[in-house]
Design a protein around this ligand. Structure first.
Ligand SMILES: [Zn+2]
Length: 264
């Protein structure tokens, strides 16, 4: 099994009947999403058998209860979104959950994304919606906020995994280098998102959620981070993002030092 932590988490949710309807999977390898779909629907074995009719059809992308939405050719059309909505509204043929998987959600245009918002907000009963994206910054914030976020493990050595390492280095006080302005902005954005998640998870029941599975190690390295510090960090990073949006020639290291001073 590729990532037991995330699969265990979904097993736990399934067992306790706590499975949510809308999840946003962030990463660059989404094979785990299919495993999760099998896990929540296969009743042969825990986490899933991989050999029953349903598991096989899910593997082949031809299960009648699983609707795949992908860009055609470069954007996801409103028509595809309507199809997915229609699929969710129908009674399921076989599976306990009707599934919609949005591949490359970055390809959702504003209209298509807006059309899908309502479904994310009030999904039909027994729906499981998996929104897959590599770049959070390319999604509408409203889409992000309506989904539970699962950070998938990045492919080793992939360009996107570097972002995570950078955040880890940043929290450890190391100097960072960015390829270009875009990469720097993307780093800040991810930092804000992670910190926000940290705040949410500090505040109660969600504490057990492993949605930040891949980011957890970062905070293991920084156990002393208090809620107030996190809040200040978010504000600082957001301010830098604002400034950075306006002026191209911000001194990146100076900006990062400013954020870092909030760590006390
Ligand atoms: Zn099975």
């Amino acid at each position: 099994m590729k990532d037991n932590k995330i699969l265990n988490y979904f097993s736990l949710l399934k067992g306790k009947n706590l499975l949510g309807s809308s999840y946003l999977f962030i990463g660059d390898d989404f094979s785990l999403v299919k495993d999760i779909v099998k896990l929540i629907n296969c009743n042969e074995k825990v986490p899933f058998c991989n050999s029953c009719w349903d598991c096989k059809k899910i593997n082949e992308d031809i299960h009648p209860d699983v609707c795949l939405v992908k860009p055609d050719p470069i954007t996801i059309s409103i028509a595809s979104i309507r199809e997915a909505q229609h699929a969710l509204a129908l009674r399921s043929y076989r599976l306990p959950k009707k599934v919609v998987i949005i591949k490359e959600a970055e390809a959702l245009g504003i209209e298509a994304a807006n059309a899908f918002l309502k479904t994310l907000e009030e999904p039909p009963k027994n729906s499981f919606i998996a929104v897959c994206a590599s770049k959070l910054e390319a999604l509408l914030p409203t889409v992000i906020s309506r989904c539970r976020k699962i950070f998938l493990p990045f492919k080793e050595g992939s360009a996107k995994a570097v972002g995570l390492d950078k955040i880890s280095s940043f929290l450890n006080g190391e100097r960072l280098k960015f390829k270009d302005r875009k990469q720097f902005a993307s780093f800040l954005w991810t930092l804000v998102l992670i910190l926000r998640d940290e705040l949410v998870s500090e505040s109660g029941l969600d504490n057990q959620l492993l949605e930040r599975a891949d980011y957890e190690r970062i905070f293991e390295q920084y156990p002393a981070l208090k809620e107030k510090e996190v809040e200040e960090l978010i504000t600082a990073a957001q301010n830098i993002l604002k400034i950075y949006g306006a002026y191209q020639n911000v001194n990146q290291n100076l900006a990062l030092d400013m954020i870092r001073t909030k760590l006390g």
